[in-house]
Design a protein around this ligand. Structure first.
Ligand code: PEP
Length: 253
């Protein structure tokens, strides 16, 4: 079954209630562009407010704790996020793997908690510049994914993978469509190996790393790309929906 391109905005640690007008503008534009599925992951503090303001777009979170509740000062569980209106959670982002020392095992535990709470998971993966230069990008990404993916029955149904080379995030550098296509094809192979031909083929694989309205069509036309995870360009409705429109208007390949 052909799926609509999935364009997800990751607001990271940006946004106060003043940004709700951007979320509303994104939602209105998404209602006019049903060829693309649009979602936003605002910071924890805005999840409930964005959820209440929008009608069309999906709302998600950028992290969760692997536990259900308890003495974890400052943490937020998947159940709490679902209660606030989040339908998915981004996990394994390189900014959390590096900035918070998150291991593959921890990322996997978080993913299992999110699925158990009824949410969908966007599982991030990606190599750093040194690994790519050494020629080890594909082996690294596949090993990272194998160790981070949730080991739960029917996980594929609620799983999206986001390939985000670390050296392309927030830098203005992009992978080439050929490199993206090669990596996504390798990830597709892993999905089929782990989940079987049918379910493995349905897992959407997003590309992330300095995606902008100007380069979206080219980057997202690479093989096995099911959409984009967008950081900086998702903070303004014009640039974020510019990406969604570029993808929606792309000729069918
Ligand atoms: C991201 O951090 O998920 C990301 C892709 O950021 P940017 O689009 O700013 O490179």
């Amino acid at each position: 079954m052909a799926q609509r391109p999935y364009i997800v905005g990751n607001w990271k640690m940006n946004g106060t209630r003043a940004m709700l007008s951007e979320a509303r503008a994104i939602d209105r534009a998404a209602q006019r562009n049903m060829k693309v599925e649009v979602a936003l992951a605002p910071p924890f503090t805005l999840i409930h407010a964005v959820h209440r303001e929008v009608e069309q777009i999906g709302v998600g979170a950028q992290d969760c704790h692997p536990g259900e509740d308890g003495a974890h000062t400052g943490d937020v569980s998947a159940t709490m996020l679902a209660d606030a209106g989040a339908k998915f959670v981004i996990l394994g982002h390189s900014e959390r793997r590096t900035g918070h020392n998150e291991s593959n095992e921890l990322v996997r535990a978080k993913a299992e908690a999110a699925l158990a709470a009824g949410m969908r998971v966007i599982m991030c993966c990606g190599e750093d510049a040194a690994t790519r230069e050494k020629g080890g990008a594909e082996a690294f990404v596949l090993a990272q994914l194998r160790a981070s993916l949730p080991q739960i029955e029917n996980a594929a149904e609620r799983l999206t993978v986001a390939y985000e080379p670390i050296w392309a995030i927030g830098t203005g550098n992009n992978a080439t469509p050929e490199d993206i296509g090669a990596m996504h094809t390798a990830i597709r192979g892993l999905m089929v190996e782990l989940f079987g031909l049918e379910e493995g083929a349905e897992v959407r694989i997003l590309y992330g790393g300095s995606v902008k309205p100007e380069n979206a069509r080219e980057l997202l036309s690479a093989a096995e790309v099911g959409g984009a995870l967008v950081g900086g360009a998702s903070l303004a409705a014009d640039s974020f929906m510019g990406i969604a429109l570029a993808v929606a208007d792309a000729p069918e390949g």
